[in-house]
Design a protein around this ligand. Structure first.
Ligand SMILES: [Zn+2]
Length: 679
């Protein structure tokens, strides 16, 4: 399971299926079409740059549209889902017969309020006026805690965040958790690193802050001073923030504290008042995820002038709500997006509103979506692939030569307990308590944020809701949850090119099969493997097995640390190990499950490509996706997912079966000498 990444050789895969292909029946036109041979760049050498080989022609004819910061098959599918949803939103907005309070009415009213550009323009910053007055009225330090709580509940990133989680050590319990936050730039590195590009971004951010205060009516001199105030305070918070790669260690972010301990850790926060202000005065203890950050935040709450706090809070209010206000605010917000992500123009308004609605009413929209968009047959075929992959992993764990019997038994237990969820929740989310109307758009969003935050916090102290999903049905994505020990595949991703009922098995295993394998492998990556089958953070590994596994993790971290983006910025190897392990394990599982499937013998050759080659091409296609350099920088700095090009070439460089299938020479970067071997 987990695996390990033992160095060296081993684990060559049999070529039986490729040989059987000689006797295969010919492919159907649908099967041929589903392999997308026209995406291939035949001038590229698959043995040197497989990403370019698999996707070069596609990339050439699919440049990143001006309104996007990345573009790929996932975005195109998301866009198609959204085009479909667009019609649902429009007809809901026009349906005057929908009962007041019904979900359809809320969906329609939200959309109508977001599309009413005239009303939004006329209102300017007025929808924020009551909140701005509250901040202005903050004249005593003792009231700061309650104002932070209030702003956090309406979706403002005010200093830190509050939420709920399953207790790492007792997954049957739901506890509260407070996390570091309050930075306007994407990560602490943006404030602290000397590199010239980060320095340039800081200068642009300072300008953006000044213009934002000017939009709120402050004089240029005042606005410039306020911008520096925010920058100074956020830089101090950045310094105290836990680096993102350290947050991957569950022990590092698990510090349950009772009220006394919370007071000791962050005395400036009036914790009882805080719990009251977020609607949960009964809370006796929470997980203070990053104690060092809270100590520093508390110090600032005591020492920074209250006037500075008012400036800081005004900024984060406007940061959260600019995109729902008039054009001047939208444009200013977008200027920062351009700096951070490289987008050239705004998305059309209706797409921005549909995105907002995904946050506000995502499961109500998803309910309508799956009624029309998710055929039950699709679910069965995906389940067949999933079960093939589970079986492959079971066999793999059973046969791992390096794993002790004690660890093996626990790993098999955990695998057996992984819950699989496909498509959408069994019961739909209740939006009854959320008020939506056609009045100011920003206020619909504010109520939606408050509703969602209350919904989350109301889980604390109650039995775990195993029906809730972290992703909406229409999302093109998938996830593993270590505390739930479940794998989740929303309906949105169960479509071409990830899953195509008309494609060959090899093509489906290379795409959705590798996605499924990826999520299952997360249960056994360097983070997931610290949780047992019941979702508890307990060590079920023998010491020797842990060491072997860790050497594999280190191998992956070293490999990915060598990759760079945006003019030499190095990928953080330790940040991406979980995802890179899941990619490697996932693709190997997909390959093994395919080879063990009844359809493998006699699978057709297409365009001269054997079934194994088709599987790898399909995997490459599933990552046809490019990023603007600005976004690549953000990803490399703050996101645990490597860039798609590394997810293809970096993963394949560790796979002997790929090297055999494409006759990769020893000196190629796709044939690592000390390959990291997982599983
Ligand atoms: Zn993942």
């Amino acid at each position: 399971m987990k695996t390990t990444l033992l160095l060296g050789a081993g684990l060559l895969l049999p070529l039986a299926a490729a040989q059987a292909a000689d006797a295969a029946i010919p492919a159907t036109p649908d099967q041929i079409a589903a392999l997308h041979l026209d995406w291939i760049d035949s001038s590229a050498d698959p043995a040197r740059d497989f990403f370019q080989f698999a996707n070069g022609s596609w990339l050439k004819s699919n440049p990143i549209p001006a309104a996007y910061s990345s573009w790929g098959v996932d975005q195109i599918l998301s866009q198609q889902n959204q085009d479909f949803i667009h019609e649902l939103l429009q007809s809901a907005a026009q349906d005057s017969a929908a009962a007041p309070g019904s979900e359809e009415r809320k969906i329609g009213d939200f959309y109508a309020s977001g599309m009413d550009e005239d009303a939004i323009e006329k209102a300017g910053a007025a929808p924020l006026a009551p909140e701005l007055r509250r901040i202005e009225a903050l004249q005593q330090r003792v009231d700061l805690t309650a104002e932070l709580a209030h702003l956090q509940m309406i979706g403002v990133d005010a200093l830190f965040g509050i939420g709920q989680m399953q207790d790492f050590k007792d997954s049957t319990k739901v506890i509260g958790v407070a996390m570091q936050g309050g930075l306007g730039l994407p990560d602490r590195d943006y404030y602290l690193k000397a590199d010239a590009k980060f320095a340039k971004i800081r200068a642009a951010y300072l300008q953006h802050l000044g213009r934002s205060f000017a939009l709120l009516g402050d004089s240029p001199a005042t606005a410039a001073r306020e911008a520096r105030t925010v920058m100074t305070l956020e830089t101090r918070l950045a310094r105290a923030s836990m680096p993102v790669e350290e947050q991957r260690d569950p022990h590092a972010i698990y510090h349950p504290m009772n009220r006394d301990a919370l007071h000791q850790a962050a005395p400036a926060i009036d914790w009882l008042g805080y719990f009251q202000a977020v609607g949960h005065p009964e809370l006796q203890q929470i997980n203070l995820a990053m104690p060092q950050f809270f100590a520093a935040a508390s110090k600032e709450m005591l020492n920074a002038p209250l006037a500075d706090w008012r400036v800081y809070l005004r900024w984060h209010l406007v940061e959260a709500y600019s995109q729902y206000l008039s054009r001047a605010f939208v444009d200013e917000s977008f200027r920062l997006t351009q700096v951070l992500r490289g987008n050239k123009e705004l998305l059309p308004r209706w797409r921005r509103v549909a995105n907002a609605e995904d946050h506000a009413l995502g499961f109500a929209v998803g309910h309508l979506y799956v009624q029309k968009k998710f055929p039950p047959e699709a679910k069965q075929q995906v389940l067949d692939i999933l079960h093939g992959i589970r079986a492959a992993l079971k066999q793999d764990i059973a046969g791992l030569p390096w794993m002790s019997e004690a660890t093996r038994a626990k790993a098999l237990d955990k695998l057996a307990l992984i819950e699989e969820r496909i498509g959408y929740p069994d019961a739909w989310r209740d939006y009854g308590a959320l008020a939506v109307d056609r009045s100011p758009y920003a206020l619909n969003m504010m109520r939606a944020n408050a509703f969602e935050n209350s919904r989350e916090l109301d889980k604390i102290g109650k039995p775990v809701d195993r029906n809730d999903w972290d992703m909406t049905p229409q999302e093109v994505n998938a996830y593993y949850d270590p505390s739930m020990n479940n794998i989740n595949f929303p309906a949105g991703i169960l479509q071409p090119p990830y899953f195509d009922p008309k494609a060959t098995l090899a093509v489906n295993y290379g795409a959705i099969g590798a996605v499924i394998g990826h999520e299952i492998t997360h249960g056994f990556d360097d983070e997931g493997s610290q949780f047992d089958g019941h979702g508890n953070l307990v060590n079920w590994w023998t010491e020797v097995d842990t060491k072997r596994f860790q050497s594999g993790v280190d191998c992956i971290a070293d490999q990915f640390s060598q990759y760079t983006v945006d003019g030499g910025l190095h990928v953080k190897g330790k940040l991406v190990t979980g995802e890179a392990i899941a990619d490697l394990g996932g693709l190997l599982l997909a390959l093994r499950a395919f080879e063990a499937s009844p359809g493998a013998a006699g699978a057709p050759v297409i365009g001269g490509y054997t079934p194994q080659q088709q599987l790898f091409i399909s995997y490459g296609h599933s990552w046809a996706d490019v990023y603007r350099p600005e976004l690549a920088r953000e990803l490399a700095t703050a996101n645990p997912h490597p860039l798609p090009i590394f997810r293809v070439n970096g993963t394949l460089a560790n796979i002997a079966a790929f090297q055999q299938a494409f006759k990769v020479p020893q000196d190629s970067p796709l044939a690592r000498k000390d390959a990291c071997v997982i599983w």
